[in-house]
Write a protein that binds this ligand. Structure first.
Ligand SMILES: *Cc1c(COP(=O)(O)O)cnc(C)c1O
Length: 468
C-alpha cells in the first residue's frame, strides 16, 4: 500500500512517510493508491480493537503487525473511552424513524476528534522514537481539535504542541480544557483575533519552508490521513452492530464541517461496507449541502462564514473535500488539479448538474439554529436523551432526508461541551461527566499574543530552545 497525491506530483510514499504531514508537497492531499477491500461479515462479533487492527493493517502495512496491534490496544481502552465498545451504538426512537446514535464522543475531550487524535498521539510517538526525530506540531483551533490534540500529545516524548486559539472566542469549557493542561510539551497561545487569524498565522509560519524544516514543524489538522483511517473503524463496528438482527438498508447521518468524518464513511463504503446512503448535514454554513444538491461548489469568503451554535461545523472550505473530488473524477489527478486551481482562481467550480454524484449516494441537507434548538427539545421529550447541537444537525437532516431504513447518526460531541445551547433548548444544563467537575477553576497556563506572525515565531523559537 503506497500513498499518492490527489494532484499527481508526489512520489509514491509509505504510511509512515506521510503520517506526520497533512499536505502533499504538490499542494494536494495524500490518498491510498487504491482502496483495499474488507470482508465485513468476517468481523462480526469481534472487538473494536480487533476491527481497528484489521482495517489499519490494510492501510499501514509498513508498520510491524505487533507494533500496530500494541498501539491500537493502548489507544482504544475502556479507561479512555468509557466502555469496551469504544463507540457504543444505541437506539434513538424519535419521530417514527429507525434512528440509532453512534456515540463517537466518549473520549477524553468529549468530541469524536478523540477517536483519531488519541491514535495519532501513539503513532507519532512510535515513528519519532524509531527515526530519532522530533516534532513540533503547530495548529489552530476553534475549540475541539485543539483540546483533542493536546489531550493526546501531553507528556509524550519528542513532540511539542503549539496551539493557537482566538482569545475569548472559544467556550469557557473549551478554553479550560486546553489551558489547564500544564505539561511542559504543551504550549497554548491565545491570539487577539478570530479563528481565521489563527489559521492564517499557521499558514504563514508553516509556509516558511526553511523555518519549518529547522524546527521540524508538523500538523495534526484534519487533512492528516491517519485521522481518516481511524474514523473508518467506527463505520464498520456501527454497521455490524445495527445489522445483528436486521437485514434492511443502513445509512449514516454525519454532521459535517471539514468533510473528514463523512469521508471516512465514503472510504468504508468503497472498501465494501454495505452502507446505503451517506447523509451529510451542514449548519447555516451550507457550502457542502449546496454542492450535493446542485453540483455547484462555491466557497464563501471568511467574512461570510456564520458563527453558529454548532461552531465545529463553521467552515466554508472543507479541507478533505478534495479527496472525494479525486474519487469523483475517477482518480484523475490532472482534472482534480484543474478543479482546485479553479477554486483558487474563481472561488469554486460547477459539475453541470448532479449526475456524476449519483453513484456516491450522498444525500444532504442543512439545519439552522432554530432547527437545532427544536431538535434538541423534541429528542429530549421523546427519549429523555440530550444530544449536542452538532448531533442535532445530523438528526434533523436525517429525519427530513426521506431516506428509508435504518439510519445511524454519528454523535460528534457530548452536550456538556455546549451547555449554553442546551440551556436555551431545555432550560437546564446537561450533566457534566465527573472528570470535568470544576474544570474552569483549575490553574491555567497560556500566552497571549497579538495577531502577528513574527511574535508567534519568536515564541515558538524561544520555547523550543528554553521550554514553555
Ligand atoms: C469536527 C467536528 C465536526 C465536523 O467534522 P468534520 O470531520 O470536520 O466534517 C462536527 N461536530 C463536532 C462536534 C466536531 O468537533
Amino acid at each position: 500500500m503506497k500513498y499518492l497525491s490527489t494532484r499527481g506530483h508526489m512520489a509514491p510514499a509509505t504510511f509512515s512517510e506521510i503520517l506526520l504531514e497533512g499536505l502533499a508537497p504538490d499542494g494536494g492531499l495524500c490518498v491510498p493508491e487504491s482502496y483495499p477491500s474488507l470482508d465485513v461479515e468476517a468481523l462480526r462479533g469481534r472487538s473494536y480493537v480487533d476491527v481497528a487492527f484489521v482495517v489499519m493493517s490494510l492501510f499501514a502495512p509498513d508498520l510491524k503487525p505487533a507494533v500496530l496491534r500494541a498501539i491500537i490496544e493502548r489507544t482504544y481502552m475502556a479507561e479512555v473511552f468509557g466502555s469496551e465498545a469504544i463507540v457504543p451504538v444505541s437506539a434513538l426512537p424519535y419521530a417514527g424513524h429507525d434512528l440509532h446514535l453512534a456515540h463517537a464522543s466518549n473520549g477524553p475531550t468529549l468530541a469524536f476528534k478523540d477517536i483519531a487524535m488519541q491514535l495519532l498521539g501513539h503513532l507519532f510517538e512510535h515513528v519519532l522514537t524509531e527515526t530519532g526525530r522530533e516534532l513540533n506540531i503547530l495548529g489552530a483551533t476553534s475549540g475541539d481539535t485543539g483540546s483533542a490534540a493536546e489531550a493526546a500529545m501531553a507528556g509524550k516524548h519528542n513532540m511539542r504542541v503549539f496551539m493557537l486559539s482566538p482569545l475569548g472566542k472559544t467556550s469557557s469549557f473549551q478554553a479550560a480544557q486546553m489551558f489547564s493542561i500544564l505539561d511542559a510539551n504543551i504550549c497554548n497561545i491565545a491570539i487577539r483575533g478570530v479563528f481565521d487569524d489563527c489559521q492564517d498565522l499557521v499558514k504563514v509560519i508553516a509556509g516558511d519552508l526553511e523555518f519549518k524544516r529547522r524546527y521540524h514543524l508538523g500538523a495534526v489538522n484534519s487533512m492528516n490521513w491517519g485521522r481518516i483511517m481511524a474514523q473508518i473503524v467506527y463505520y464498520v463496528t456501527s454497521w455490524l452492530h445495527v445489522t445483528e438482527e436486521y437485514d434492511g438498508p443502513v445509512s449514516f447521518a454525519v454532521p459535517s464541517g471539514n468533510f473528514g468524518n463523512i469521508l471516512a464513511g465514503h472510504v468504508a463504503r468503497q472498501m465494501g461496507v454495505p452502507i446505503d446512503k451517506l447523509i451529510l448535514a451542514t449548519n447555516e454554513n451550507d457550502v457542502l449541502d449546496e454542492f450535493f444538491t446542485t453540483g455547484v461548489y462555491r466557497v464563501r469568503a471568511a467574512a461570510n462564514v456564520h458563527a453558529t451554535s454548532s461552531p465545529s461545523m463553521d467552515i466554508s472550505k472543507a479541507s478533505n473535500f478534495e479527496r472525494f473530488i479525486y474519487d469523483l473524477t475517477g482518480r484523475d489527478a490532472e482534472r482534480t488539479r484543474t478543479l482546485f486551481a479553479q477554486v483558487e482562481r474563481e472561488g469554486g467550480f460547477d459539475l453541470d448538474g448532479t449526475d456524476a454524484l449519483a453513484p456516491y449516494r450522498i444525500v444532504s441537507g442543512r439545519s439552522t439554529h432554530a432547527d437545532r434548538i427544536a431538535t434538541i427539545r423534541a429528542v429530549h421529550e421523546a427519549t429523555g436523551q440530550i444530544i449536542d447541537p452538532h448531533t442535532a444537525d445530523g438528526v434533523k437532516v436525517a429525519v427530513e432526508s426521506g431516506v428509508k431504513g435504518r439510519i445511524v447518526c454519528i454523535e460528534t460531541a457530548r452536550p456538556a461541551k455546549f451547555a449554553a445551547t442546551i440551556v436555551e433548548a431545555l432550560g437546564t444544563s446537561p450533566d457534566r461527566p465527573s472528570a470535568f467537575a470544576g474544570l474552569e477553576g483549575l490553574p491555567q497556563r497560556f500566552e497571549v499574543l497579538d495577531n502577528d506572525a513574527a511574535a508567534v515565531r519568536a515564541l515558538v523559537e524561544r520555547v523550543i530552545h528554553a521550554g514553555c
